[in-house]
Design a protein around this ligand. Structure first.
Ligand SMILES: O=c1ccn([C@@H]2O[C@H](COP(=O)(O)OP(=O)(O)O[C@H]3O[C@H](CO)[C@@H](O)[C@H](O)[C@H]3O)[C@@H](O)[C@H]2O)c(=O)[nH]1
Ligand SMILES: [Mn+2]
Length: 419
């Protein structure tokens, strides 16, 4: 029986996060393996560094939803690439895994997560009936992988990233027995916009895994949008274990999108000592509530799903979590399938797209939140003055009928990976 933590870094920037994460797991004394999925965009020196610290590193192909409409809604044009996460289901050499985003930090041993059933995750703070996909417990299974990919191809993702996709796929998560719902201490959002200070005071010290969600990451060097103490912890590990080697990759293909390019002035060299401005904090709060809009059911218009979604309840029940006793069966089964995947033909697919025109102006600019740039701060100020908190938006606004438009999007190439 072999169990492993799994993370993903498609480029050198996220690899900085993965390196801090692996050190944090070792410091916390994990007894489980630690595996990193990377793409070939990761530069050779950084890959070597990853190989030195992870038990295993495997190269996967990048999947991209290219769903600019929905990614625009969450202000994260860069996140289509998170579909690449689906590869983690193919690590069938392990009987159970815990996936951790590269922007998480383990601050104390959390090995007990491996006793949780497939599939377990913690609630998302933007919409707690859905889970955050930055930390989840799962059993690798090629059949599940295949179903996920099929599901992605037919339904797309309501937020353009893996979180929307996985929530629709594991649509019964909220109603599963309680052991499937991870406590918040395993995926503690380290955002200044998280304002339940009294709860943090009461429970915060039990935190085991911190998640730096949002467009500003700890490797961008700004504590503006993250809780200071955890940012400091991240920085400490970064400087102790990562910085000295990461300087070698300053010219790497670190930024996958124009969004990140905008922040590149602060990305390579961590800069720390700056207090978050109130505008930044408000900006992040607004960003988060705007992200919540993506969950509103009436936005789920698309050519494929209109007829399936006559009410607002989740419609997809495609996944039955395998019982833990079934591992051997699955392992055997998967081993066989693994071979099949190696020579899948190259294909192009069209993901379904959905119209969200009226929100583009509002959220198209949200990726500047938390930036250190005065121009961006001004932009945030304007947005905060103009945007209405979705909770107060009259419901009619969400129910307006819009023409269904299906964009022909050029999508990822889906071919075998080299595990
Ligand atoms: O260019 C990229 C972008 C992402 N990742 C990986 O994908 C993860 C998710 O991206 P991240 O920037 O951490 O997203 P979040 O800000 O955490 O946003 C939310 O939305 C994402 C898209 O749905 C989910 O993947 C996250 O788990 C969820 O917390 C990262 O941690 C990395 O492991 C890369 O390797 N390269
Ligand atoms: Mn994340």
């Amino acid at each position: 029986m072999s169990e492993s933590w799994v993370t993903l870094a498609t480029n050198d920037n996220y690899a900085q996060g993965a390196l801090v994460l692996v050190h944090s797991l070792r410091t916390a004394g994990t007894t489980r393996k630690i595996h990193c999925l990377i793409s070939n965009q990761v530069s050779t020196p950084v890959r070597k560094q990853l190989e030195e610290h992870f038990d295993d590193v495997s190269i996967v192909d990048v999947f991209n939803s290219n769903d600019s409409d929905n990614l625009g809604l969450i202000g994260r044009p860069d996140l289509g690439i998170t579909f690449t996460k689906l590869h983690c289901w193919r690590l069938t050499q392990y009987t159970k895994c815990v996936f951790l985003d590269a922007d998480t930090l383990v601050i104390r041993n959390a090995d007990e997560l491996f006793t949780r059933p497939d599939f377990s995750a913690a609630a998302d703070i933007g919409w707690p009936d859905s889970f955050n996909s930055g930390v989840f417990v799962y059993v690798p299974n090629n059949e599940t992988y295949r179903q996920l990919v099929d599901f992605a191809l037919t339904h797309g993702s309501y937020d353009g990233g893996d979180q929307g996709l996985l929530n629709d796929f594991f649509s019964n998560w909220r109603d599963l027995p309680s052991e499937h719902r991870l406590p918040f201490i395993y995926n503690m959002t380290a955002g200044a916009f998280y304002t339940y200070a009294a709860a943090y005071k009461r429970y915060g010290e039990n935190t085991k895994i911190v998640h730096f969600i949002g467009s500003v990451k700890p490797w961008h060097g700004s504590p503006a949008v993250h809780t200071g103490e955890h940012f400091q912890q991240w920085q400490k590990i970064y400087h102790a274990h990562v910085t000295h080697t990461s300087r070698t990759n300053q010219h790497s293909t670190a930024f996958p999108s124009h969004h990140h390019e905008r922040q590149s002035h602060s990305a390579d060299q961590p800069k720390m000592e700056r207090k978050p401005s109130i505008v930044q904090e408000i900006g992040n709060f607004v960003m988060h509530v705007v992200q919540s809009v993506t969950m509103l059911p009436s936005y789920e218009h698309d050519a494929h799903s209109n007829e399936q979604r006559e009410n607002n309840e989740p419609q997809h029940q495609h996944y039955d979590a395998p019982k833990q006793e079934d591992h051997h069966h699955h392992e055997h089964h998967e081993h066989h399938e693994h071979h099949d995947h190696h020579h899948e033909p190259e294909q192009q697919h069209n993901w379904p797209a959905r119209p969200h025109e009226e929100f583009k102006d509002i959220v198209g600019s949200t990726d500047c939140f938390g930036s250190q740039d005065p121009e961006a701060d001004k932009e945030v100020e304007e947005i905060t003055n103009n945007v209405q908190c979705p909770s107060f938006v009259p419901i009619e606004r969400h129910e307006e009928s819009r023409p269904v438009r299906t964009l022909s999007l050029k999508l990822m190439n889906f071919y075998s990976t080299k595990f």
